[in-house]
Ligand binder design. Structure first.
Ligand code: NAD
Ligand code: DAU
Length: 332
């Protein structure tokens, strides 16, 4: 049983990863419990893990925990584009400086690292093509969030090339599934309808995202940890592209509401038009393929989860909508 240090393990993707990882590994979670982190996400495995409440910007703490690990899976990040537009500072602190401390520690103790990143580092694709990002696509981030993630990827690559650390990187498309914070499009739309409101679509809703179930993302991460080639980058994506308008209409339909029961609101500044990945390398080299290929069915399961877990999201929903209301009045 190898010893895994999972940063950001109390967040959406990290918690889903940890819940499965305890079957095969001794897991330590390091998480700062920001607004996006929640100990309840780890309740099903609370007795099986060591939980450390702390910041990846704390170099001494990171050093001590990395020293005791065989592998670091680095999920911790500020993850929300809209927040990064309002206040980029925590994004630089966590995504750039925090990643730097993780890298220095894995370098000191020769510990294997897998760095979790995003397809947003590549910027936007045009709407009217079928082009997709590949591992060779030039970095061209649009938001403070994606620029901070791009910076972290560059640091990982430089530490691999210059210091020979044993690292891999994955860049995944948009995730959905249980435990996602209500600030994100899908849980925001679901919980808005469940509380009697109308979902908000930015601009005209033509922007396209490639929706990948969190379990498929984490399955890819496990394969990369097991068989991925050191120094390599792997793109992860389901191929399930939908416009924001389509996603919102489907949520409304699945909840028994008229498909036009949403509002168009002021657009996100610098709003990337389309993301789409080619995950051919991951599929051919590591035999990965997504299990959740029926997006509507994945969405229906996700809706069921939010219906059943109102106490998990009710408080965050109020705070999130207050924040969005302030953002919207600043935008319009
Ligand atoms: P999230 O916001 O739900 O969770 C982030 C977690 O990191 C939280 O538990 C938070 O408390 C923790 N954290 C934040 N700052 C920290 C710090 N300084 N020290 C320690 N812990 C800290 O994010 P998520 O959606 O689960 O994303 C996880 C990772 O996956 C991120 O690196 C993100 O860039 C990447 N990613 C996300 C998506 C997506 O669609 N959500 C897609 C591709 C890649
Ligand atoms: O592509 C991967 C990225 O996906 C991850 O790196 C990020 O961590 C994750 O947050 C996500 O980024 P997006 O900006 O694509 O996700 P978000 O859920 O914020 O928005 C999805 C799309 O929906 C985007 O085009 C903006 C739009 N949107 C969002 C919200 C919250 C709306 O139209 N209305 C909304 O209320």
């Amino acid at each position: 049983m190898s010893r895994l240090l999972v940063t950001g393990g109390a967040g959406f993707i990290g918690a889903n990863f940890v819940q499965r990882a305890v079957r095969d590994h001794r897991v330590t979670v390091l998480d700062a419990l920001t607004y996006a982190g929640d100990r309840r996400n780890l309740a099903p495995v609370a007795d099986d893990i060591e939980f450390v409440h702390g910041d990846i910007g704390d170099a001494e703490l990171v050093d001590r925990l990395v020293k005791q690990a065989d592998v670091v899976v680095h999920f911790a990040a500020e993850s929300h584009v809209d927040n990064s537009l309002g206040d980029p500072a925590p994004f630089i602190w966590t995504n750039v400086v925090g990643t730097f401390h993780v890298l220095e520690a894995v370098r000191r103790y020769d510990v294997r690292l897998h760095h979790i990143s995003t397809d947003e580092v590549f910027g936007a694709l045009p709407l009217d093509t079928t082009s997709r990002f590949t591992e060779e696509t030039r970095y061209d981030p649009s938001s403070p969030y994606s620029a901070s993630k791009a910076s972290s990827d560059h640091l990982v690559r430089a530490w691999t090339r210059s210091y020979g650390i044993a690292a891999t990187i994955s860049n995944c498309a948009n995730n959905y599934g249980p435990y996602q914070h209500v600030e994100k499009l899908i849980p925001r739309g679901i919980t808005t309808v469940l509380t009697g409101g109308r979902p908000k679509v930015y601009g005209t809703g033509v922007n396209v995202r490639e929706w990948t179930h969190v379990d498929d993302h984490n399955d890819a991460v496990r394969r990369i940890l097991r068989d991925g080639r050191i120094g390599e980058t792997y793109l992860i994506g389901s191929g399930q592209e939908r416009s924001n308008k389509q996603v919102t209409e489907t949520i409304l339909r699945l909840l028994g509401k008229p498909a036009d029961g949403y509002d168009q609101v002021a657009d996100r500044p610098g709003h990337d038009l389309r993301y789409a990945t080619s995950s051919d390398k991951l599929r051919t080299e590591l035999g990965w393929s997504p299990r959740h290929v029926d997006f509507d069915s994945g969405l229906a399961d996700t809706i069921a989860w939010y219906r059943e877990h109102e106490p998990w999201w009710a408080e965050a929903k109020v705070a999130t909508e207050q924040k969005y209301a302030a953002d919207q009045s600043a935008r319009s």
